[in-house]
Ligand binder design. Structure first.
Ligand SMILES: Cc1cc2nc3c(=O)[nH]c(=O)nc-3n(C[C@H](O)[C@H](O)[C@H](O)COP(=O)(O)OP(=O)(O)OC[C@H]3O[C@@H](n4cnc5c(N)ncnc54)[C@H](O)[C@@H]3O)c2cc1C
Length: 397
């Protein structure tokens, strides 16, 4: 063994959500744990998550909230370490939190509280975190992994790959996890940006340009999935907001998405009722009662919205309702990894144990968190997957 080679039971690459959870659990079992990260700070994504308040889990977590080529894989981990277990840890640390729409739980104060909780737990069980460490090479002997880094060499019984996906390279994302998987002969499902804003074709961009900042509660769907009553946000680049981020994970290039801008209303019946009561009111004035004013001229010709209701035929009214409740728009693309919250695809679940996250190909090698082909919806599900998969590996590494 070269002089200065550091020996540890467990080496974890990635000092963020899944890696820190795994480190805590392994440390509690008395294992000697070192966590390496090339970043200058642990948990950067935790700090930037949930608009700085970290949507750390959800009240209602099922396998239906995840996308994977193996939709059953996540069930075991999610049931062994549940949202209630994580909430218990948050309560033990007296972190104040609140529930928002659709069961999302956020810190009252700051995402820093969640990171500080994890780092405190790491300290309690003597986990060592080495930052600013560039991983050069990984080798395997019969009984141990050798990880060569810019700060020397580590030998470990177990190697845990917790280095996340490709989203937000500025926050230190890298493909290292996939490269390690490939090195050990794992199949990787093609990766793409998920939970990401959609960009528009030029003609739609020109038409919707002036709407930047407007947000509307909508139902958004495609052939395979529907997300109801979440906001869409018009931006200067295209479409964003929770409903768009959700559908983006199911969107395929060239496909249109459908938007119902008024999911709670029967628009046709609404216009007809007002046609009888107020035949002289202009369509644009009526619509501005139920939609942001700026949106109306972007969606309809001036000639139509200037008409008084009494001049609208039945067919016209149906067309207006269709445009508002079944608006079809074909995005040009996504904003890509630069702004994506997650990476779809990744290490094939079929080659991992669903109970422990251990590789079925190489004993002692584990993959946890986002690097695995399990991607959650928006709403705290991605962190719950990081906590659950990290916890499971932490019981056995
Ligand atoms: C802007 C934003 C907001 C988000 N908000 C939420 C939210 O509110 N709720 C939610 O559930 N999810 C949210 N997510 C998703 C969530 O952050 C991730 O799914 C989660 O952090 C994944 O955890 P992980 O441990 O697998 O990977 P990461 O948290 O990505 O951690 C990977 C770690 O590995 C390190 N690493 C990477 N490459 C190397 C390398 N080559 N060498 C050494 N170290 C390396 C990184 O520096 C990093 O510390 C958000 C994501 C983003 C980008």
């Amino acid at each position: 063994m070269p002089p200065g080679s550091k020996i540890t039971d467990v080496l974890i690459i990635g000092a963020s959500a899944s890696g820190l959870m795994c480190a805590i659990e392994a440390g509690k079992r008395g294992r000697k744990v070192v966590v390496l990260d090339h970043a200058n700070k642990a948990g950067k994504k935790i700090l930037m998550s949930g608009g700085g308040r970290c949507n750390f889990t959800n009240m209602d977590v099922t396998s239906e909230n995840f996308i994977s080529h193996n939709p059953h894989f996540c069930k075991s981990a999610l049931s062994r370490y549940t949202q209630w277990d994580f909430i218990g840890m948050v309560n033990d640390h007296n972190i104040a939190y609140h529930e928002r729409d659709l069961g999302k739980l956020f810190c009252d104060e700051s995402a820093k509280d969640i990171l500080e909780m994890l780092l405190t737990e790491c300290r309690k069980v003597n986990v060592k975190i080495h930052l600013n460490t560039k991983i050069d090479e990984i080798d395997k002997t019969e009984n141990s992994f050798i990880t060569r880094t810019g700060n020397g060499e580590y030998r470990s019984d177990s190697l845990v790959v917790a280095c996340g996906g490709l989203s937000i390279p500025k926050m230190c994302a890298s493909p290292l996890g996939y490269r390690i998987a490939e090195q050990f002969d794992h199949h990787i499902w093609p990766t793409s940006a998920g939970l990401v804003p959609l960009t528009l074709q030029n003609h739609d961009k020109e038409q919707l340009e002036g709407l930047s900042g407007i947000s509307v509660e909508s139902n958004v769907s495609n052939e395979r999935m529907a997300f109801n009553k979440e906001n869409i946000l018009f931006t200067h680049r295209g479409l964003s907001g929770p409903a768009i981020l959700q559908i983006s994970s199911y969107w395929q290039a060239g496909e249109a998405i459908k938007v119902n801008l008024l999911p709670e209303l029967d628009v046709e019946a609404f216009i007809k009722a007002r046609q009888t009561k107020q035949p002289n009111i202009k369509l644009k004035n009526l619509l501005s009662e139920i939609l942001p004013k700026r949106l109306i001229p972007a969606l309809f010709e001036e000639e139509i919205i200037d008409k008084p209701l009494q001049e609208l035929s039945q067919i016209r009214i149906s067309d207006i309702a269709e445009q508002l409740q079944n608006w079809k728009i074909k995005p040009n693309g996504t904003e890509g990894y630069r702004t994506a919250e997650v990476t779809l695809g990744g290490v094939d679940c079929d080659e991992l144990s669903s109970k422990t996250m251990e590789s079925k190909k190489t004993k002692g090698l584990y993959f946890i968190g986002e690097v695995v082909d399990v991607t959650g919806w928006l709403g705290g599900y991605n962190f719950q997957w990081a906590w659950s998969s990290g916890w499971c590996a932490g019981q056995v590494v």
